[in-house]
Design a protein around this ligand. Sequence first.
Ligand code: FES
Length: 157
Amino acid sequence: MDKHDVLTVTQVSERSGFAPSALRFYEERGLISASRSPGGRRRYERSVLRRLAFIRAAANVGLTLDEIRDELDRLPSHRTPTKADWTRISQHWRTRLDEQISALRALRDGLDSCIGCGCLSLRTCGVANPGDTAATSERAPGATRLPAALRRPHGLG
Ligand code: FES
């Protein structure tokens, strides 16, 4: 590999906007990979920049780290997303964003009845119990009461 095709941690950090610690974290989680120089320093292929741009875009849409890794793993040979890949994936994400927007609108509309109330009743409050999920869920701690489109079990690290 030509030495101009590999980037140091500092170069990747400057060009991608991700801190070196984030790069290490993504490597540990299997989202990106690095080789090692003879001195043991991380070296990245230039294509990692596109992969990091994909990770940022996915995080902005609300995907969890596991979901981002699943998307990347679905690519042939775990390669960097091409324009065609991106077109297909972004269409799917648009649907996901539409669902999240609808769920947020419903939550916002439910909030109207909370103004001046303060009951936070699991029976009647449309925000504390949107869609009356408390009545239908056997175990309903915390985020499981959110509409499915708004649940994020694992945040982006
Ligand atoms: S706080 Fe009473 S309806 Fe939401």
